[in-house]
Design a protein around this ligand. Structure first.
Ligand SMILES: [Zn+2]
Length: 374
């Protein structure tokens, strides 16, 4: 099969195969169904501050296909062409900053944000980079052999089966995600570089839980289920068949749709800075999070940023209560405290709506809302 399947270690095969395999990704627009997954990925493409996606579901439901397909739709960014961290010419990293200070003009290029695979069997050196200690003592940052976290800076770090990642690598990821900086320490030498990335992970809950600390670092969560509608399933098979038979002509058939969607995403990203929420919605978001039983402040930020992305993608410059609700549905599920003796908690859209309606009244008549709280 031409499309990489959901299995650990697959990323290494793709890497070894080189760039040409990238040309044969299944087009994002040709994905049948899975609207929530498609939407969550697009919202992250529009606004990186949404913070990534955790994709739950059994294998074989197209999780990886969708993530890989997203790569072709990500908006372009300006990067220092030869910087291993893809830093921004407007906000250069330490070593690029030194080059500017010494009078060098930085080479600039535009390219799409990257999706970097983190395979489960990666070594720590491969992930965070390795240090040539003897050289580091003389030259500092240039002695770093950059790893996947360097490659993922300003892009998306994709971890298939993230719940199976070993504790040590999970800690490395958490540290980098918390600071936006990757610190590599070897034999008393410490080198750091920018590592701001969106985390996109897939998991099959039957194979193990995800640590709550890492779940909280991921913006949204979607559950992917196998489609049950016979015609939709038949269409999936037909498209798979056509793609496997002749990837190039299949892709050509979807080219117009791909281009239109990429333009829509780029336009939404361009609009994002103008998108705002009315002030009372900010307070309502806080209530929504607290009354759902979620402690993390990250949930509030994710909901606000996600609501902005929803409005931007719809061509609007003001996010409304409906956008906030849709964002909350995506942002709260994986942050609910789990009871080990009960089924996994789920977000109830009806409940969220009621809480939001009440919260918005709190702004107007606080007393009434207090007496109404149940
Ligand atoms: Zn740089």
């Amino acid at each position: 099969m031409a499309v990489p399947a959901d299995h650990p270690g697959g990323a290494d095969l793709r890497e070894a195969a080189g760039d040409h395999i990238e040309l044969r990704y299944f087009p994002f627009t040709a994905i049948v169904g899975q609207e929530r997954l498609v939407r969550a990925l697009l919202l992250n493409a529009v606004n990186p501050a949404v913070g990534g996606v955790l994709i739950k579901g059994p294998s074989g439901t197209g999780k990886s296909t969708a993530v890989r397909g997203l790569a072709e739709l990500l908006p372009e960014i300006a990067v220092v062409a030869d910087c291993p961290f893809s830093c921004s010419p407007q906000d250069p990293c330490g070593s690029c900053g030194e080059r500017v200070a010494s009078g060098e003009e930085l080479p600039v290029m535009r390219r799409r944000r990257r999706i970097v695979d983190l395979p489960l069997n990666a070594t720590e050196d491969r992930v965070s980079g390795s240090v040539d200690v003897a050289r580091a003592l003389e030259t500092g940052e240039r002695a770093l052999e950059p790893g996947l976290l360097a490659e993922a800076n300003r892009g998306i770090l994709y971890v298939d089966e993230i719940n199976l990642l070993d504790d040590h690598l999970t800690d490395v990821l958490l540290d980098a995600a918390a600071l936006g900086v990757n610190v590599v320490e070897r034999e008393g030498v410490s080198i750091s570089h920018p590592a701001r990335f969106l985390l996109v992970g897939t998991m099959n809950e039957e194979e193990g839980e995800l640590r709550p600390q890492i779940a909280d670092r991921i913006g949204l969560e979607v559950d992917v289920e196998a489609l049950t509608e016979p015609e939709a399933r038949a269409e999936i098979v037909r498209r798979r068949e056509a793609f496997a038979r002749d990837p190039e002509s299949f892709r050509a058939g979807w080219d117009a749709a791909q281009r239109a969607l990429a333009e829509q995403v780029a336009a939404a990203e361009g609009r994002l800075d103008e998108v705002g929420l009315t002030d009372r919605l900010y307070a309502a978001v806080g209530q929504l999070v607290v009354r759902s039983g979620v402690d993390s402040h990250r949930a509030d930020i994710t909901i606000v940023e996600c609501a902005k992305a929803i409005a931007a993608l719809a061509g609007r410059v003001e996010a409304d209560a409906e956008d906030v609700l849709a964002a909350a549905e995506l942002a709260l599920g994986h942050r609910l405290a789990a009871d080990p003796f009960a089924p996994a908690p789920r977000v109830e859209p009806q409940l969220l709506r009621r809480v939001l309606e009440e919260a918005l009244e709190v702004e107007v008549t606080p007393k009434k809302a207090v007496s109404r709280a149940t």
